[in-house]
Design a protein around this ligand. Structure first.
Ligand code: ARG
Ligand code: ZN
Length: 872
């Protein structure tokens, strides 16, 4: 049941056009599909036609109007075979009946709070009708839908509305037509009783596009930020990539039950409502930021994903990596570029690096899978985006744009591959990218080691960079990659240093091409010993092991012209000090003093903006420290070392921090803009330090919680406190829960904060939360807020030495798997940390996984993740 890339072959038949008729009623939905199909030129007459299905039951079947006899086809839940199809174009007419109400997997057609909606990527369409459900089958769709007017006054599908009217018996109908041939995974339909806000956008060629965001009645007022983000995205894609929207209508629908963030269905994006709704009292700055990003992401898919799609699911990164790169660029242009870069890299290091260095490691373009849903990963998305970013770095802005233009021109309307994507850049710019493509094919985070020396007499500076990638599952031997290293040399006075010549490798302006296992560069005409600033802007997704001392790093933190490296230098210093302390080598007073001074200087630097300062003063999380240590990890030792360290660091400067905290109040009315959000994040960063490292934080948090006029400040105060689980903290959580009772998205915040409490009672409390009769156990947002937060950010309790954390999670996964395998397998990925833990915890974790494997019939989703972790 493993599927291999090497087995890719086109289907013997293609689908010319699709005509669907949905009759949506309370007791079931009848789907009639009329598929115009023809054999390909090379198909031998009589070749069977095999269509995909998933939990379908066939009611009737005909070809060109004539019902088929029983011997002419074989139908089961998972496929429909036409034994001997006509050797010409024909119309296959099938009918199935669905039970959307019972569809808790949330793939195919399902019902969310009364609204009928769909999710088809990657293989959900086969749960709606028998079809060639693969992305290289592109066809124009026409959809007719009939539903009770009282329950579903709004009827939406892809493309343009061409007809609507009364259908008698309290029913009405609508007909939608999408002129753009598309793969079935981009199909969507929505029927429900929804409110909406509307607006319009005039494209660069002067066409007016009608925009609408649909939502539960009463939530319209919370959709405006999403609408504003959409219009800015449309304008940005025209400006930056010359891409214009292509239909006359663009609809977004917010639903409450959704397996992930959002979906880019042609002309009808469907969103998890947590990525649409925002008002200051209930949404944080981070929520606004997320909405802007995901609205942009799904919109950008119209060109990178929909107009040009993937040949097969192994190519997922073709659309996802590229579209994440585009949404990152959008946010960088709309907000602060350095702050966004730090944010994205932090996310990469927090989620992608551990994936890439553990049992679930896979290449951005995998070559086999059991369950494709398990490959919507941070490696495909975020590492995929880093690869595109490296391409832009290597080629330069102008040549990168030339390649993108050629991509749109050459492949519009196609389902294509990573190879074709790389080829456009080769053809547009005459660059050989043969080595570069390895980034897509090879798993693992490269480790780059650096050493240098300076010879004063000859004014020569020598820099050696070497790369290596550890083995990953199925890939024992690694090739060397083409790694772009953006760099600068910094002289003793803090200014950039120049050189007169360089030999030993390729250096273009501020870019070193590390294209072999090891490269040694000799710079001549270097007046003084420089400090190298390497991987500026994080120019490649690697782990850098440099020989820089703490003094060098603090020097970079002060003087580097690259803000990313200034930030990274501070993070490296504290990471090193805490990680060493966790392993028994405590920092010296001088080391702590020097870092403290660097933090104060950063806070006082008038040239740095508050959002950057907030990132600079953050102390690495326990999970990040665990990953840095990498093996034989004892999470309790890390938590203790981190706590000691923050106390040491903060103690002597608590007055200064508190004064700055007081000075940073935001007096203006709330606005989610980057400048205001930056000040709030700095203030909350200071509160985090004061709470973690002094005894005055708790009181500040409590009064901030009370005084807060927006969710950002209120949530920060509560979440920071929850980490200490004192009586005051429990009081804040209790108040939060009742204050916002009835708002499910705020309940998620409470669940997240609750799951992160590190005290020994947390598991029992979570069991009680899950067991409460009114806990919505089929809603992915609720489950993820509780369990996802626990496995990913409560390391001392999840990885408890007695195994109770692991058992709690595997037991929950077994239950969830019966309802929604995608949510279950996602939670289970938290076990990928096992190989990094000390032996006792590792064994306890494996025992929990073994018990899960032994006791239950598992979905393919969970089964695959479980086996990969156990094998790793
Ligand atoms: N294409 C969607 C997006 O990136 C996500 C679909 C996720 N699908 C999944 N099975 N996990 O916006
Ligand atoms: Zn996407």
């Amino acid at each position: 049941q493993t599927i291999y890339l090497k087995d890719y072959a086109p289907t013997p038949y293609r689908i010319v056009s699709v005509d669907l008729d949905f009759r949506i009623l309370e007791d079931g939905t009848r789907v009639r599909a009329q598929l115009t199909i023809e054999p390909r030129a090379e198909t031998a007459p009589g070749t069977p036609l095999v269509l995909d299905g998933d939990e379908l039951k066939l009611d009737s079947i005909a070809i060109d109007g004539a019902p088929l006899v029983l011997s002419a086809y074989v139908a089961d839940a998972n496929s429909l075979t036409i034994v001997e199809p006509p050797n010409r174009r024909f119309v296959l007419d099938t009918q199935v009946t669905l039970q959307p109400e019972a569809n808790t997997r949330l793939m195919g057609l399902y019902r969310s709070s009364g609204t009928w909606c769909t999710q088809c990527e990657p293989e959900g369409f086969r749960r709606i009708t028998y079809y060639l459900d693969r992305p290289d089958i592109l066809a124009p769709f026409k959809v007719r839908m009939t539903a009770p007017v009282a329950v579903a006054p709004v009827l939406l599908a892809n493309g343009n509305p061409i007809d609507r009217g009364d259908a008698g018996d309290g029913l009405h109908y609508a007909v939608w037509e999408d002129p753009f041939p598309k793969p079935a995974y981009l199909f969507a339909l929505v029927a429900g009783d929804l409110g909406a806000i509307t607006d319009s956008f005039t494209t660069m060629s002067g066409r007016k596009v009608d925009l609408a965001i649909y939502c539960t009645h009463g939530k319209e007022g919370e959709c405006h930020y999403a609408m504003d983000s959409l219009k800015r995205s449309m304008a940005w894609d025209e400006r930056r990539f010359g891409r214009e929207y292509d239909l006359d209508i663009f609809n977004i629908v917010a639903v409450s039950d959704f397996n992930f963030g959002a979906m880019e269905n042609k002309g009808l994006n469907i969103f998890n409502d947590r990525l649409v709704f925002a008002k200051p009292e209930t949404a944080t700055d981070a929520n606004y930021h997320g909405i802007e990003r995901v609205i942009a992401h799904e919109y950008f898919h119209n060109w990178t994903g929909n107009r040009i799609t993937c040949r097969d699911w192994f190519q997922l990164c073709l659309k996802e990596g590229l579209t994440v790169y585009r949404d990152q660029e959008f946010t960088s242009d709309e907000r602060s570029r350095p702050v966004q870069r730090i944010h994205d890299v932090q996310n990469l290091r927090t989620s992608q690096f551990p994936e890439d260095g553990g049992p679930l490691a896979h290449p951005p373009r995998p070559d086999h899978y059991r369950e494709i849903n398990n490959f919507y990963t941070t490696t495909v998305y975020e590492k995929g985006a880093e690869i595109v970013r490296m391409l832009a770095t290597l080629l330069g802005e102008v040549d990168f744009r030339k390649g993108m233009d050629l991509y749109f021109e050459r492949h519009d309307g196609e389902a294509t591959t990573i190879e074709a994507f790389i080829k456009v850049f080769e053809d547009a710019t005459g660059t050989d990218l043969g080595q570069f493509i390895t980034w897509y094919l090879q798993a693992g985070t490269p480790q780059v080691e650096v050493s240098d020396s300076f010879d004063a007499a000859s004014q020569t500076y020598t820099l050696t960079l070497s790369q290596k990638v550890d083995p990953t599952p199925g890939q024992p031997d690694k090739q060397s990659l083409l790694i772009p290293v953006r760099f600068g040399l910094i002289g003793p006075n803090g200014n950039a240093m120049s050189w007169s010549g360089v030999s030993g490798g390729t250096v273009r302006d501020d870019l070193i091409l590390l294209d072999k296992d090891s490269v040694t560069l000799t710079f001549t005409g270097v007046a003084n010993k420089p400090v190298p600033s390497l991987f500026r802007g994080f120019s490649a997704p690697v782990k850098l092991r440099s020989s820089l001392t703490q003094d060098d790093l603090l020097f970079l933190a002060r003087h580097d012209s690259d803000p990313f490296n200034r930030w990274d230098a501070l993070q490296t210093v504290s990471t090193n000090l805490i990680a060493e302390a966790a392993q028994g080598r405590r920092w010296t007073a001088a080391q702590a003093d020097a870092l403290r001074q660097a933090l104060i200087d950063t806070l006082d630097n008038p040239e740095l903006d508050p959002a950057f300062k907030a990132q600079a003063i953050a102390i690495p999380a326990e999970t990040a420290l665990g990953r840095h240590i990498g093996k034989d990890v004892d999470p309790d030792a890390i938590a203790r070392a981190r706590h000691d360290f923050v106390t040491t660091l903060v103690g002597p400067m608590a007055d200064q921090l508190e004064a700055r905290y007081d000075a940073l109040t935001v007096p203006e009315p709330y606005s989610p803009d980057a400048a205001q959000a930056g000040r709030r994040s700095l203030r909350n960063g200071l509160l985090t330090l004061l709470t973690a490292g002094s005894d005055r934080g708790a009181a500040l948090a409590a009064s901030q919680y009370e005084a807060a006029s927006n969710m950002t400040d209120r949530y920060a105060a509560m979440a920071i406190s929850a980490h200490y689980w004192t009586d005051e903290a429990q009081a804040l959580l209790g108040d939060f829960r009742t204050r916002f009772a009835g708002d499910p998205l705020v309940f998620d915040k409470w669940l997240t904060a609750s799951a992160q409490a590190p005290d020994d009672g947390v598991i029992e409390r979570m069991r009680a939360i899950l067991a409460a009769p009114d806990f919505p156990r089929t809603n992915p947002n609720r489950l993820r807020s509780l369990l996802g937060s626990f496995v990913m950010s409560n390391p001392t309790q999840f990885a408890r030495a007695d195994g109770a954390g692991f058992r709690f999670v595997t037991e929950a996964v077994a239950e969830i798997d019966k309802v929604n395998p995608q949510v279950a397998s996602r939670v289970l990925t938290g076990f990928r940390i096992l190989p990094t833990l000390e032996a006792g915890r590792r064994d306890a974790g494996r025992a929990a996984l073994d018990a899960l494997k032994a006791q239950h019939t598992l979905s393919r989703n969970v089964g695959e993740i479980l086996d990969r972790i156990l094998a790793g």
